[in-house]
Design a protein around this ligand. Structure first.
Ligand SMILES: [Zn+2]
Ligand SMILES: [Zn+2]
Length: 443
């Protein structure tokens, strides 16, 4: 069927604004708004009606009446008037949208006012409350065999997005918008959802005695008590807090969460190239920050406790990859003390007994209270040693991530096997441990 015939049939039955009329032909003609499309079709209808009147065809009057009453065409009214036909203006509203497009500018104004509390670089519009209309629209499509249309949800989000872009000069981003603007144009409701900010980096922990994440006081669970001197924490600092503090100040976010490729013990340093992490700022008010400056501020503020570098913007997807990188290779430097002097020969026996071997580890007794009981099998790839004293050596251990190193040395009363203690028959313990390499591969 011709477009003009379809439009005539549509307007005979239903009142439709230019947006809703044009939207039924949305796929036809590129770079055109539905409003312009609807306006053009309506204009063509008026011209067609006028032509028929000139030819003495009475159907022309009807076309013009539909265009006037159901298409809201002023031109149809004046054309009818010039042919000597006066019709009363009716007070119809659009059958589909209920004239919602008329109040779009006011809605956009309200959204921009709300957005002004943030410094956004990008946004995305989500439309709510349109499902009833979409049902009506589907029905219309079936009844009039319309096949070129799009949904009102699409048009509303595009139209609102376009107008906001024009005014504030920021772009719509479908994948990673800073803010999701949820709009119900029918109930005039606006809800802003600020997306988290993700920043990737690597940290080095230069001192011992700092946990990776904030550790709540065991007695008060964070409320503050005499035991924790009112801080609510077991430790004054954590890597997480040292990184978060300057970042939260800059982004005016509420909280920040550290996601890292594994974690080290409180008493372990992290050296070498550092441990990869992503810090997530929840509900930020600002997304564009100078990362070089941030790096400086974090490092200055941390006062030699930690150091971060290679900061760059990241995403939720990278967090997932980071978390599943448990199989990555780790390199440790440990100071091992034996209960009695150890011979060179025995040390070589230890190396031989561990290099390339799969270590069976039951959850270590020291973490039993917070980790489920489970058997882990992790491989030692390589071991090197340097003798420091007759009963003390430094070892470089290259192994699969997730291997508990202190237990690899002590044997944890047989819960880890084979172990250094088990092989040489002399009880060994870890005096110092540093993470000096974390190889997580491509993210
Ligand atoms: Zn409409
Ligand atoms: Zn406490």
């Amino acid at each position: 069927m011709e477009i003009i015939e379809t439009a005539e049939l549509l307007l005979r039955e239903r009142a439709l604004c230019n947006h809703c009329l044009g939207r039924q032909f949305a796929m036809l003609g590129h770079g055109l708004s539905n409003e312009a499309r609807g306006r053009a079709i309506l204009l063509l209808l008026v011209i067609e009606g006028s032509k028929r009147i000139h030819e003495g065809d009475d159907s022309g009057k009807n076309i013009l009446k539909y265009a006037a009453n159901h298409g809201f065409s002023k031109l149809a009214i004046t054309t009818l008037k010039s042919a000597g036909i006066i019709i009363e203006e009716t007070e119809n509203s659009c059958y589909l949208c209920g004239d919602v497009f008329k109040s779009l500018d006011e809605l956009v104004h309200q959204i921009i006012k709300k957005l002004s509390k943030f410094e956004v670089e990008s946004f995305l519009i989500g439309i709510k409350g349109s499902s009833k209309i979409e049902e009506k629209e589907d029905e219309l499509r079936v009844n009039f065999k319309l096949k070129w249309g799009e949904s009102i949800r699409n048009e509303l989000s595009r139209e609102i997005g376009k107008r906001i872009m024009k005014i504030i000069g920021k772009n719509v981003d479908f994948e990673h918008p800073n803010i999701l603007v949820l709009v119900d144009p029918f109930m005039n409701r606006i809800l802003l959802e600020a997306n988290p900010l993700f920043i990737f980096g690597k940290y080095r922990k230069l001192v011992r005695g700092i946990p990776q994440s904030k550790w709540l006081c065991r007695q008060c669970k964070g409320e503050g008590c005499p035991n924790c001197a009112g801080t609510g924490k077991m430790y004054q600092d954590s890597v997480e807090e040292l990184i978060s503090k300057p970042l939260l100040k800059k982004t005016k976010g509420r909280i920040a969460k550290l996601h890292a490729a594994g974690r080290e013990d409180i008493d372990a340093k992290v050296l070498g190239l550092g441990r990869p992490f992503v810090i997530e700022v929840k509900k930020p008010k600002m997304w564009k920050i100078d990362l070089e400056k941030l790096e400086e501020e974090i490092n200055q503020n941390a006062d030699g406790k930690i150091e971060v570098d290679t900061l760059h913007l990241s995403s939720k997807e990278i967090v997932k990859k980071l978390k599943s990188s448990g199989q990555s290779t780790k390199v440790y430097r440990v100071l091992v003390e034996f209960e009695q002097d150890i011979s060179e020969k025995l040390i070589y026996e230890v190396l031989e007994g561990l290099i390339g071997k799969l270590i069976h580890q039951m959850t270590p007794s020291r973490v039993m209270h917070r980790r489920p009981l489970k058997l882990r099998k992790k491989r030692v790839y390589n071991l090197e040693f340097k003798r420091l004293k007759s009963n003390c050596i430094e070892m470089i251990i290259r192994c699969q991530g997730g291997l508990y190193i202190k237990e690899l040395l002590s044997g944890d009363d047989g819960r880890t096997t084979p172990s250094v203690s088990e092989i040489c028959g002399i009880s060994a313990k870890c005096l110092e441990i540093d993470v000096i390499g974390i190889e997580i591969g491509e993210l």
